[in-house]
Design a binder for this molecule. Structure first.
Ligand code: 5AD
Ligand code: SF4
Length: 470
């Protein structure tokens, strides 16, 4: 899945729990939910929370007091699955003390591991796949009656278009809005087409209304989410078909004060029309996450990415022509089946040619059921994968440092998100290119949700530090 993943290794456990609900919820049944993996999973947890709240459940941030404990899981790499397994073992221990507690697994691991979880390991009571969240209340009822409750059916239609997500652990300023589900691309390394099913686009009207409602509630930034946003396509019964470029402009038209971002683009599908739309609207952020995966054409073919190194480099030049100064990040996999040393060097040289501002980098992890697992041999030794990964990380660190250092002396517009993590006397927020900016609180007009100009004075490889400009 081509989205920004919370990397288990770098950022610790990738989960969160919702804020406690306010008074008046004392007698309600409580649920606790943790999410792993991509932004789409986090966004799905907000749909699940909405479904459960309308059934009378209240969210709690303490799993000990929950009658229903849910894990929204990720299958993208083996490590993500292992983290979830460990977590389930620890919940199991608590359940021994509180036998009425129900434990449910949601998301991508559900389909893959339902039998194992339910029968062999007896770790969970409920298993629900990404397209079956509407059936969660009835599954909970079944589980309360002592049955094992499972629904992992994938759908060709489900988009949860009519469900208003309950924003979990939100800063009240930026929100994710899901615009499509599933993926038809069949990259050979990727488990997503199997766990999340066929691609389908959500009703454009419901997307625009959700963004309007967020704006009315004080939100100032929406990130439109999909595995491959460029293939968004919605045909209303009574109007012209809506492409991703059209959807972007409809959301951007809601207010110049609403920033619009999106994730993730596919190099084969991103169009000039999208780039021109980005350039035409000051409130569509100048930032593109464009996963390359490899800098070598043979490996790209093996991965079924359907573009070449040259195609990718050409897209990058188009982006920079049409949107000068556009922030660019990527995903890279090292040690894919049969990758040679020379092919690995091609990835390094592509990185040199593009100089990404940021990258998510992974060693290849074979996923059962994928095309690569069935057709190719995972033949690059672990130590070689690790070494190549380290080389890529080292090079990217240099590029990130350079990219951030180049901003020193410039002025950028920042949307204030809240207090900086390190100090309550500083604000933090991001610029259009998605770089985090920290600066001291100095003016009375500053508050989360306001836009300010900041002059950049210093930089690390992941943060810009500045002061108010004017
Ligand atoms: N092994 C390693 N990385 C993977 N990704 C997807 N599948 C795998 C895998 N089997 C990475 C890709 C994708 C990102 C979200 O995760 O780089 O873009
Ligand atoms: Fe992304 Fe390819 Fe996986 Fe689809 S199959 S989610 S495009 S990596």
């Amino acid at each position: 899945m081509e989205q920004k993943y919370i990397d288990e290794a770098r950022q610790g456990e990738a989960y969160y729990a919702p804020q406690a609900d306010v008074a008046g919820q004392i007698n309600k049944k409580k649920f606790y939910i943790e999410s792993y993996g991509c932004q789409m999973n986090f966004s799905d947890s907000e749909i699940v929370a909405s479904i459960l709240q309308s059934e009378g459940y209240a969210a709690t941030p303490r799993f000990e007091e929950a009658q229903l404990v849910l894990l929204n899981t990720c299958s993208i790499r083996e490590k993500a699955e292992q983290t979830v397994r460990n977590r389930l073992q620890s919940f199991r221990k608590i359940k021994e003390q509180q036998p009425s507690m129900l434990i449910g697994v949601l998301g991508c691991m559900a389909e893959r591991l339902k039998a194992k979880f339910l029968e062999e390991e007896k770790l969970v009571d409920i298993v629900v796949g990404p397209d079956a969240y509407r059936s969660l209340p009835s599954l909970v009822a079944e589980a309360e009656g002592g049955q094992k409750a499972v629904n992992v059916l994938l759908s060709r239609e489900e988009t949860y278009a009519d469900i208003s997500p309950v924003r979990l652990q939100s800063n009240g300023i930026s929100a994710f809005v899901s615009i499509m589900r599933g993926c038809n691309n069949m990259c050979t390394f990727c488990v997503v087409p199997f766990t999340r099913g066929r691609e389908r686009s959500r009703d454009a009207g419901s997307i625009v209304s959700e963004c309007q409602a967020l704006f009315d509630a004080g939100y100032r930034e929406v990130t439109l989410l999909g595995q491959n946003v460029d293939s968004y396509y919605y045909s209303p019964i009574d109007g012209a078909p809506i492409t991703f470029a059209k959807l972007l402009s409809s959301v951007a038209d809601l207010s110049p004060l609403l920033r619009v971002r999106f994730s993730t683009s596919h190099p084969k599908d991103i169009t000039d029309e999208v780039l021109h739309t980005m350039a035409a609207y000051p409130n569509i952020c100048n930032y593109i996450h464009l996963p390359v995966q490899s800098g070598n054409t043979r490996i790209l073919q093996h991965m079924n990415r359907t573009y070449t190194r040259e195609w990718y480099l050409h897209k990058v030049s188009r982006i920079r022509e049409i949107i000068p100064g556009c922030g660019l990040s990527t995903d890279i996999i090292t040690g894919f089946c049969s990758e040679t040393e020379a092919e690995h060097q091609d990835t390094l040289s592509l990185m040199e040619a593009v100089k990404f501002d940021m990258a998510y980098m992974f060693a290849y992890s074979e996923r059962p059921g994928t095309l690569a697992a069935r057709r190719f041999t995972d033949d690059v030794p672990e130590d070689v994968k690790k070494r190549r990964l380290n080389e890529i990380i080292d090079l990217q660190n240099q590029h990130s440092r350079q990219s951030y250092a180049q901003d020193v002396g410039t002025v950028c517009q920042v949307l204030i998100e809240g207090d900086s993590k390190r100090s309550a006397t500083d604000w933090c927020g991001r610029n259009s290119q998605n770089k985090m900016v920290v600066f001291p609180k100095t003016h009375a007009d500053e508050a989360p949700g306001t836009y300010v100009d900041v002059k950049i004075l210093h930089a690390t490889s992941a943060t810009l530090i500045g002061e108010r400009n004017g």
